[in-house]
Design a protein around this ligand. Structure first.
Ligand code: AMP
Length: 287
């Protein structure tokens, strides 16, 4: 595994890789876990050369958020990246990516004001600005994101379309702990007591799924099924629980065919998000 920091060296290595085959890219903020590794494994299968970046992006954290407390585990990350057969690990520094006179941002429109965006102003502007910059430097053929951050996937997909990026986006399934909690770098910040409670988000999503599978189509009832699980747990400060169109993320009244259920809340200091894709069961065959 090649480990580089400077953009110039990176470009040089990438030019050689590109001449040989396809380049796949997995951007991360480090504190790697099996969810990140699943993206890398998929990319490794589909591409000739795999590049992974580790960069805790200051632009996407609000002033009261956990930028400083965000877990940083550089040496373990290197070992994990090597185990996932990453070809090139890129460790840019803040100085390399942001010159002192940096003044250009990428801002996607209305979809960024919903849900996560409503509670975290400028979060998505920070995400799209850094992802746009990383893509502009790496110029991968394929680019891998996790469904775990569903709204982020939708926002980035919109940016790729609007700005005519040539890279092809692949969205990979959410990896979970045995008890259902979606893997996240932030999980390590949960106290033992909060960690025990945390899978309740998953249970709420599963309850909604069961309600749809048993024929429920009205949003009100589907949300109520999920909410009854969340309400039974003290200590959760629910931010949103919303049944939405899978592309626009606008709320819907009824599920016609497919929908996404988004949830977010705080467990103490730690913000957790999760989601599930819901599908109306197909009508039984009459023949
Ligand atoms: P992060 O380091 O949190 O910015 O995540 C880097 C990438 O890994 C993003 O595309 C995330 O959506 C993805 N990711 C994070 N957690 C998971 C998970 N549990 N399963 C699959 N992908 C994930």
């Amino acid at each position: 595994m090649i480990v580089v920091s400077s953009i110039k060296t990176l470009r040089h290595k990438l030019a050689t890789a590109r001449a040989i085959g396809t380049v796949g890219f997995v951007p991360t903020m480090g504190a790697l876990h099996d969810g990140h590794l699943s993206l890398m494994k998929r990319a490794k299968k589909e591409c000739d050369f795999l590049i992974v970046s580790l960069f805790v992006n200051p632009l996407q954290f609000g002033p009261k958020e956990d930028f400083k407390a965000y877990p940083r585990t550089a040496s373990q990350d290197r070992k994990k990246a090597r185990s996932a057969e990453v070809d090139l690990l890129w460790l840019p520094t803040e100085k390399m990516l942001f010159s002192p006179d940096f003044q250009t941002s990428i801002e996607v429109g209305s979809i960024t004001h919903l849900w996560e965006g409503a509670s975290r102003p400028n979060h998505f502007k920070g995400v799209t600005t850094i992802v746009g910059k990383l893509l502009q430097i790496v110029r991968p053929d394929f680019f891998y994101l996790g469904q775990k951050d569903y709204q982020q996937c939708c926002v980035i997909r919109q940016m790729l379309r609007d700005l005519h990026f040539e890279t092809r986006l692949h969205i990979c399934p959410t990896l979970r702990e045995q008890d259902g909690l979606a893997m996240s770098s932030r999980n390590t910040r949960l106290s033992a007591q909060k960690r025990e409670i945390a899978p309740v988000f998953y249970h709420a999503l599963q309850t909604a799924k069961k309600s749809v599978q048993s024929g429920e189509k009205k949003t009100k009832n589907i949300l109520q099924a999920a909410k009854s699980i969340l309400d039974a747990t003290k200590d959760i400060q629910l931010d949103y629980l919303a049944l939405c169109d899978t592309i626009t993320l606008l709320p819907i009244d009824r599920i016609k065919n497919r929908a996404v259920l988004l949830v977010s809340g705080n467990l103490g200091e730690v913000r957790l998000i999760d989601n599930i894709l819901l599908k109306v069961p197909s009508a039984p065959n009459k023949s």
